[in-house]
Design a protein. Structure first.
Lengths: 227, 227
């Protein structure tokens, strides 16, 4: 029986991304090994948590054994192993739908290509936008979606359209064979089976923050530390 | 001994925001009660998970008892109880620092005021921006930060500045007495003790998505369902 592909818990997955960011500059500086304690200290995470997170990476059949007790993790091997789990060992061609303010902010942020997520296609429903050149790419009309996604082997769609058209565009992206959607519209979208979605929702992020501030204020008022 | 303020787990906290979004329109339609099963079905969450999440709300001393077995939860009471825990029962005055593309996208998104997070101050480090009017507000220079935050009783700062200046601005916000920061810069910022931070990090979101797509692809290849 082949080993089961385990779904990595979301908080672990998010920390793996942070670990990558910390390990990469160390490799550039020529550092050979890194202890779970040193890695944890950089991020304010306990060494036990780091070891637990990295155990997820090591248990995956996608990875090499990379950690040795007392010696620490081999930086290069651990970096490679995490990248294979995260999927950033390959290049993901992405299509941006919507070139309003959010779309332009994304196009203006050069980190994508470096991170392995080049935007190769940009589209907009506004016919006045079609044909315009933004950040080296020409805005395509929505009618060009399916063909552009095939031509550029796009696997990830970035949904930066208003709430009112988000579901319709998400459905178009799914029908065109996209595998994942990064959704900036402030709503949950319904997608085809097998399509992954990550939501970036500013309202929810603000609510998380107000919850944290409220709890922090209450624990100050009662003279208790938050658990 | 006063009851301890318990830190709600992050996934539960995020679901509480989603529950609010679902319950609100039902109240507007006059619906009295809602079962955990019906609420869960709207969001693709099990009724057991909904009950577990709402138990966090009910255990908090901030809330009323709102659920009754067999009858379901009283919509109005549950909505009020969640809002008290999330902190959206009050108005949070926010200051936006940085009126580039991300900042403008946020100013253009009208949902904030409705959600209880009005942007009352906008600031930018670029002297050419100072004095310009955007979305009904006049851009202030950074030198006006401390005074503007006091005058407008700002509790939350929205950090929409480049990575290079993010830490310096975060420190300024902390020194000015802010209680929470919504950070859009693609890096972890260090803040004063007692200040809460929520990060909106597009690179990390893309990595989460590539991880999900990779796992989904692997489970398709091996003919196994992801756990």
């Amino acid at each position: 029986m082949p080993p089961t592909v385990r779904r990595i818990p979301r908080p672990t997955a998010q920390r793996l991304s942070l670990y990558l960011r910390e390990i990469q500059p160390l490799i550039a500086l020529g550092q050979q090994t890194l202890s779970s304690r040193a890695l944890g200290e950089k991020l304010g995470i306990s060494s036990a948590q780091v070891r637990k997170d990295l155990a997820w990476v090591l248990q995956s059949k996608q990875t090499n054994e990379a950690g040795r007790s007392g010696v620490g993790y081999n930086c290069v091997k651990m970096h490679d192993s995490i990248r294979r789990v995260v999927g950033t060992n390959r290049r993901w061609s992405t299509a941006l739908v919507g070139v309003g303010n959010i779309g332009r902010a994304l196009l203006g942020y050069g980190g994508f290509v470096q991170d392995g997520f080049p935007i190769t296609v940009i589209l907009d429903a506004d016919p006045r936008m079609a044909g315009k050149r933004i950040g080296g790419l020409v805005v395509q009309p929505m009618s060009a979606l399916r063909k552009a996604i095939r031509t550029h082997r796009v696997t990830i769609g970035i949904l930066a359209v208003p709430r009112s058209s988000a579901q319709a565009v998400a459905t178009q992206l799914c029908d065109a064979g996209i595998q994942g959607i990064l959704n900036f519209a402030p709503m949950r979208i319904t997608v085809s089976k097998g399509v992954s979605v990550t939501n970036i929702d500013v309202s929810i992020a603000l609510e998380q923050l107000s919850m944290d501030v409220s709890i922090s204020n209450r624990s100050r008022l009662t003279g208790e530390g938050a658990v």
